[in-house]
Write a protein that binds this ligand. Structure first.
Ligand SMILES: C[S@@+](CC[C@H](N)C(=O)[O-])C[C@H]1O[C@@H](n2cnc3c(N)ncnc32)[C@H](O)[C@@H]1O
Length: 226
């Protein structure tokens, strides 16, 4: 009998949980702290925390919904600040709702109902969730490299694919060109990856690329601005 492999749950250094993918042979987040990585690399370096606290309406595109941690933290902050947010997440291999629930990401949220709402939507096959009149979440299912992306719409992109050696299609010049075009001018792409080939590819498609200090366990991260 063939069995689907179930990702293993790992407890990371800050107490938050992540999964280990046997397909990519990699964890979904840093084992040095999944929660810390999500906040540091995406909400902070991506400038989303500042924008939401300043009540600047924000559109975020995420490449790789995964366990939903980045999405939940961002939606949670929008609810806490009352700032309008549209969050679109791309995912090819959606994890089942029960796996996401087992990670218990809701415990890190000021509004744990965000985790519940996303879990319910996934269970019921609903791609869109309205969490407040101006806080929207959308899951775009499919291969991110073939999904139609609108041009000049997003303020921030979270590029959170698995690493380039195992998930190369999400780090190509072609795909990065489409991400660049999806950002507004001045928009920011944040990623944990600092590989030279990726930084050069980002520069070659027109980004201004900078390294920033990374979260515990990671010396540097990349922030690229259109
Ligand atoms: C590192 S995980 C993302 C972690 C996530 N942001 C979180 O908060 O848990 C990378 C994700 O990218 C997805 N992925 C990989 N290749 C993809 C592709 N070609 N199109 C869409 N999603 C893809 C994987 O299924 C996985 O869920």
């Amino acid at each position: 009998m063939e069995r689907e492999s179930v990702p293993r749950i790992l407890i990371t250094a800050d107490g938050s949980r992540t999964l280990f993918s046997d397909t990519y042979y990699q964890s979904y987040q840093s084992i040095s702290g999944a929660l810390c990585q999500a906040r540091w690399v995406f909400l902070e370096a991506g400038d989303v925390s500042r924008r939401l606290q300043a009540r600047q309406p924000t559109r975020v595109l995420e490449v790789g919904f995964g366990t939903g941690l980045n999405a939940m933290l961002t939606l949670d902050l929008a609810l806490a600040t009352g700032c309008p947010l549209d969050f679109v997440s791309l995912e090819r291999d959606l994890l089942p709702a029960w796996t996401l629930r087992a990670l218990g990401h809701g415990r890190w949220l000021e509004h744990p109902e965000v985790a519940e709402s996303l879990g319910n939507a996934i269970e019921e096959g609903r791609p869109r969730v309205q969490l407040a009149p101006q806080v929207h979440f959308e899951l775009a299912l499919g291969d991110a490299t073939t999904i139609d992306l609108p041009r000049t719409v997003f303020d921030v992109i979270y590029l959170d694919a698995f690493s380039p050696d195992v998930n190369p299609e999400l780090w190509t010049v072609d795909f990065l060109t489409r991400l660049h075009a999806a950002l507004v001018r001045g928009g920011v792409l944040a990623t944990y990856c600092v590989k030279g080939t990726v930084r050069r590819a980002l520069e070659s498609v027109g980004f201004d690329v900078a390294k920033r200090p990374g979260p515990p366990g990671k010396a540097e991260i990349t922030v690229a601005r259109r």
